[in-house]
Design a protein around this ligand. Sequence first.
Ligand code: MF3
Ligand code: CO
Ligand code: CO
Length: 270
Amino acid sequence: MNRHKGRMTRDGIRIHEQADFAGMHAAGAIAAQILDEVAELVKVGQTTGALDAFIERRVTELGTTSATIGYKGYQHASCISVNHVVCHGIPGDKTLKDGDILNIDVTVVKDGWFGDTSRMYVAGKLPRKAERLIQVTHDALMRGIETVKPGNTFGDIGHAIQSYVEGQRMSVVRDFCGHGLGTVFHAPPNVLHYGRAGTGPVLEEGMFFTIEPMVNLGRPETKVLPDEWTAVTRDRSLSAQFEHSVGVTADGVEIFTLSPQGKFHPTYTP
Ligand code: MF3
Ligand code: CO
Ligand code: CO
């Protein structure tokens, strides 16, 4: 059977078929379930390596494989980005302390389909400033998703996110973006979290991609540490991120990575 049904746009964006939505939904639901489950383990004194070990075990137990293990030499089932780490934090022996905020990003492959999602968690008591950052980042993702429907453009998504975040006096990271996905991890287009309304490729039914804004309390600039993965804010300000995998439907959007237990919202506490 041809694994690459459907067609490609001029911008190299794959247009998937109706039946492909079920594959993405199944993959996305498992990634989201793992993020639901790991919430119970996020505690003061826990290491990020222990969280990753749990995730790696659940990926296998749930009949999926990790998209990140072996990806460009990356060796873990998750990225765990604490406080001023913007993204691609490497799990290890770092111990969580009271008030730490962290993003956990998991990508699984189920029957060839990729489910990519991340959320914010807190160890101990959530500091007021961090709570605001997390709430704004989550709202920014949802505002981006709300603009997704055939006829709107990728620039509309970026504009919705950027205008909202900057209106809250926070900044949008420019150095990392969302991406097309489906039977591959990273495909065209680059989904920018900033931009001008009406610009960029037009959204069409059957496009699958992530939206994953990173928002900083300070300036938007980042740098990558010598480990060649960990991206941090240059000014060491706090950073937050949420990610959903979505598909464009005939009249709007399907979110593939919704929390089965409704735990996606940042104010969720175990
Ligand atoms: N899950 C990340 C994303 O949202 C990619 C992580 S790649 C890794 O695109 F190698 F760092 F795991
Ligand atoms: Co992604
Ligand atoms: Co991700």
